[in-house]
Design a protein around this ligand. Structure first.
Ligand code: UDP
Length: 500
């Protein structure tokens, strides 16, 4: 624990609250958790982020400047023994794992931090006032209980998804239908129809292990003090109100978190070192007409089958629109799709209007450029909300977990997206088996509808722009999310006063 002195030596006021933040080792969770830390510190809360060497460098670098300027954020950097848990050396984030079937190894490896975190808390007087962690991590619940610290869950999901999960757990309606039979989720403000094969793993895995794990998650969730949501109230007000009721007011919509960065120089560092220089990327975007470019990125951990990616490439080509395609499909699949690109001369054929980003795209920089007219997304919630902030309509292509819920929210409730028509979640570790699920023709059609100039397209674009304005207002001082952040901090302060 050589790092301990660093975390301890920072001066602080007795009245200043101290939050311990424990991110899950996957970009879709790590990135917004870092944002939460920044926002809390801007509200004068002292924040300690539990991290590991590679992740501290990768995800933490965006905070170096704010820390230098005085934000009270510290890193508790703990050694992480990857090999001991069957992970490749230096592999500290799920997107670097050879396959997503290794998620379990990650959870187990991350549990090995428990003892070190508890030793750290032992040394503190007073103890931290709050722990923020993902419900997927069960051990922080034990740690919080042991030290009697209120624990707040952050899972990166919106209120709409929380409500979908809630009614499924409550009614078990999905257990009454076959895999492909569609059913309506009862009791929601909108008529949301899905099939079982589109549900998150917790509801359609069939594996006893997964079911048992989710039972434990539910218990840990019910014992938590509350839930932080990366969304803003105006985006999904009916769902936010309902969720708030269920959580007895201990739910705080504090997003969109991505809006806590203003400058391009900050945005470009978010999540990883960008694979394209900021200058080159902006130069290319500047050379395109306003609203003309479709940006295609399927998130940080998707391992889409190379044959399926070929369909996407062909769709981008045949749509005849300028495009940016983020080519990354994991250690096994990326070389295969690269081979196809090379052998088929795809890049050469489309070079007049296509930009391929190989590796990590500076997504916030790209989306906030006026040249972007549409976002083809896998409906991960961070990406979806970043699309909302950018005010662009979306082509929705959900892959796994709660992404089919997010698609429903975007397409049906908010009416700012067009679905490519995906039918099934792709189970982690089974990407290769899934093959081609959506043909290039269907992808092209959805792209064209989103980019079209007709009345429907215009209205979709207008709605998207309106939501973007609301998103920006929400996070500004006095906005709903800003006020919710204050409410969260006040709630924790009251807990401290009550001696809890
Ligand atoms: N992201 C990025 N560049 C990439 C891929 C992803 O900046 O090339 C960011 C994206 O902006 C988002 C996060 O990584 O903040 C991905 O989270 P999301 O919830 O969308 O999907 P996941 O990766 O968890 O499936």
């Amino acid at each position: 624990l050589s790092i301990l002195p660093m975390a301890l030596e920072q001066p602080h006021h007795d009245t200043q609250l101290h939050f311990l933040v424990i991110p899950l080792m996957s970009p879709g969770h790590y990135i917004p958790t870092i944002d939460i830390a920044k926002l809390l510190a801007q509200h004068n809360v002292r924040v300690t982020i539990v991290t590991t060497p590679v992740n501290a460098l990768r995800f933490g670098s965006i905070l170096h400047q704010p820390i230098k300027s005085g934000l009270p954020i510290h890193f508790l950097e703990l050694p992480f023994q990857t090999e001991k848990f069957g992970l490749p050396e230096g592999c500290e984030s799920l997107d670097d794992a050879p396959n997503l079937g290794m998620a379990k190894e990650f959870f187990i490896a991350q549990s090995s931090l428990q003892q070190q975190v508890e030793q750290y808390i032992e040394t503190l007087n007073p103890k931290p006032n709050c722990i923020i962690s993902a419900s997927f991590l069960l051990w922080p619940a034990e740690t919080a209980k042991m030290f009697q610290i209120p624990r707040v869950i952050f899972d990166g999901m919106n209120c709409f998804t929380q409500m979908c999960n809630h009614v499924l757990h409550l009614t078990k309606v999905h257990e009454t239908v076959s895999e492909s039979e569609s059913f309506v989720l009862p009791g929601l403000p909108d008529r949301i129809e899905l099939t079982r094969s589109q549900l998150p793993f917790a509801f359609n895995s069939g594996s006893k292990d997964v079911k048992d794990f989710h039972e434990k998650l539910l218990v840990a969730e019910s014992e938590a003090y509350g839930v932080i949501i990366n969304s803003f109230h105006e985006l999904e007000n009916q769902y936010a109100d309902e969720f708030q009721k269920i959580k007895e007011d201990k739910a705080w919509c504090v997003g969109p978190l991505s809006l806590c960065y203003k400058d391009v120089s900050e945005k470009v560092q978010r999540g990883n070192k960008s694979s394209i220089s900021e200058i080159e990327c902006i130069k290319w975007l500047d050379s395109q007409e306003t609203g003309s470019v479709i940006y295609a990125c399927l998130g940080s951990i998707s391992r889409v089958d190379p044959d399926q990616l070929v369909e996407l490439a062909l769709a981008l080509e045949s749509s005849r629109k300028p495009f940016i395609w983020v080519v990354r499909a994991g250690p096994n699949n990326t070389p295969k799709i690269e081979k196809w690109i090379e052998e088929e001369g795809f890049e050469e054929r489309t070079k007049e209007r296509g930009l391929l980003i190989r590796g990590w795209a500076p997504q916030l920089v790209v989306l906030s450029h006026v040249a972007i007219g549409g976002f083809l997304t896998h409906c991960g919630w961070n990406s979806t909300l970043e699309g909302v902030c950018a005010g662009v309509p979306m082509v929705t292509w959900p892959q796994f977990q709660e992404q089919f819920f997010n698609e429903k929210l975007v397409v049906q409730v908010l009416r700012i997206g067009v679905s490519v028509g995906a039918q099934n979640v792709v189970h982690w570790g089974e990407e290769e088996k899934s093959g081609v699920q959506v043909k290039s023709e269907e992808l092209r059609k959805a792209i064209e509808i989103v980019m079209e100039e007709g009345k429907e397209g215009e209205e979709r674009r207008k709605r998207a722009k309106e939501l973007s304005v609301m998103a920006h207002k929400g996070i500004e001082e006095g906005g709903s999310s800003y006020r919710n952040m204050t409410r969260l901090i006040d709630d924790i302060r009251n807990q401290v006063r009550l001696g809890n």
